[in-house]
Design a protein around this ligand. Structure first.
Ligand SMILES: [Zn+2]
Ligand SMILES: [Zn+2]
Length: 424
């Protein structure tokens, strides 16, 4: 069996791994990432006729953003959970709005992908031509999956996709299956680090919120519209229900999908209750009303790259009574990163930011310890581990940690994009 790394080798995102076994070729994800100038970068080319099956692990664009390219001329069969493609549809529309000039597909191709997808629930087995496929909950965002694949010749592979081992307010932690896998493709976004305990980070956020509201300030929390916004809203609504929470941006449409696919959530009843109590902002009049109110505003985009979070930043940044809490990953060169590093964002021409600015680690990726723990469950059968979806430093640091835990009988690969790996 051969694995071609078409993207995601020593880099975060652009996940695309082609698994070849005889005449069967499975493509695990086909995503994009962005260069320093924020231009989308595609994975290496693969002909749609050469794909026996496309597996979409979750809705983030770095896993599905290039997949519609395969449906311009082809119709390969795809596999995912239902909420994955429902969320992906909204993210793809948004992506095309910003990048239509450089992306050569449109929503028609996305709908072709959707129409050719076999939707599987967690734990449901799909079998055809001797290959077997099962998804398990990856704990990362709604519908996110760990892929268990058995090829026609009986080789067993596990692909983590993006994975979170820890339970959150919205999702249960990753739920691995007890199956003897020989090859593992593992993400390494935080392969070199461990996260602080979740309860400590949550307590810190609630403290900042309380302090700000006490001095009659407003809290702005720029957050990703998928997962992070719902997580923060659920935390505040559950632990400090007397605080008014407002949500603005694409968050509403995404939350509707979360509500429609409630069975994927950790506690569907709690989620329902939370989203009956929080407020959705519907227009400019609403916005003007809340900017002078002691409340929490959760708004997309998470890195302050457009969206209502930028509007609120411009209104709230001058007043030292206000707080801005960053809870999402901040890419280098992003507006959010500049705000944290320099305390100002020249591109937005807002001048000096006087509001209190904090960053808290609410990551939805497992840290090093979590990843090693997941891999050690396969200690007796695993022979090849392929580390992807992480920068060089993170990937090699994870390699060291795995070696220590699993010993040298396992071959651990840290491929570059473009590399081909022969596995037993
Ligand atoms: Zn990813
Ligand atoms: Zn992801």
């Amino acid at each position: 069996m051969k694995i071609k790394v078409l993207g995601g080798g020593r880099e975060v995102g652009r996940a695309a791994y082609l698994v070849e076994d005889g005449s069967q070729r499975f493509l695990l994800d086909y995503g994009v990432n962005f260069d320093e100038r924020d231009m989308p970068r595609l994975p290496q080319h693969v002909r749609p006729v050469d794909v026996s099956g496309l597996i979409v692990s979750h809705a983030h664009l770095d896993h599905v953003g290039a997949a519609p390219y395969l449906y311009i001329t082809g119709r390969p069969k795809a596999f995912s959970t239902k909420p994955t493609l429902e969320v992906a549809r909204l993210l793809t529309m948004d992506f095309l709005k910003l990048n239509a000039a450089v992306i050569e597909y449109d929503m028609r191709e996305f709908e072709n992908l959707y129409d050719n997808t076999v939707f599987l629930d967690y734990g449901e087995t799909y079998e055809e031509d001797g290959f077997k496929l099962v998804f398990a909950n990856a704990g990362h965002i709604i519908g996110s999956s760990i892929t268990y694949l058995e090829t026609g010749s009986g080789r067993r592979l596990m692909y983590t996709g993006d994975i979170n081992d820890r339970e959150t307010w919205t999702l249960p932690g990753a739920e691995t299956l007890e199956t003897g896998v020989e090859t593992v493709i593992v993400e390494s976004t935080y392969g070199g680090r461990n996260h602080p305990p979740r309860h400590v980070v949550e307590k810190r956020l609630l403290e900042i919120v309380e302090e700000t509201i006490d001095r009659k300030g407003t809290v702005l929390i720029p957050a990703f519209s998928v997962g992070r916004s719902q997580e923060i809203a659920a935390l505040i609504a559950s632990e400090a229900p007397y605080i008014e929470v407002y949500l603005d941006g694409m968050i509403k449409d995404i939350t509707d999908i979360y509500l429609r696919y409630r069975k994927y959530l950790r506690d569907p009843a709690l989620f329902n209750k939370v989203f009956e109590t929080v407020n959705f902002v519907t227009g400019t009049r609403d916005r003007k009303k809340i900017i002078n109110k002691p409340c929490v505003i959760i708004a997309s985009a998470g890195m302050l790259k457009g969206g209502p979070s930028v509007y609120y930043l411009k209104k709230l940044h001058q007043n030292p009574r206000n707080s801005i809490i960053m809870v999402s990953y901040q890419a280098p060169n992003s507006n959010g990163h500049k705000l944290l590093e320099a305390g100002e964002i020249p591109e937005l021409e807002v001048g000096r930011v006087n509001a209190r600015v904090e960053w808290l680690d609410f990551s939805s990726h497992a840290g090093q310890k979590g990843l090693v723990d997941i891999l050690s469950r396969y200690k007796s059968t695993v022979r090849d581990i392929i580390i992807v979806h992480g920068g060089e430093e993170e990937a090699f640091s994870l390699r060291e940690a795995i070696l220590e835990e699993l010993g040298s009988d396992v071959r651990i690969h840290v491929p570059n994009t473009g590399d081909e790996i022969d596995v037993a």
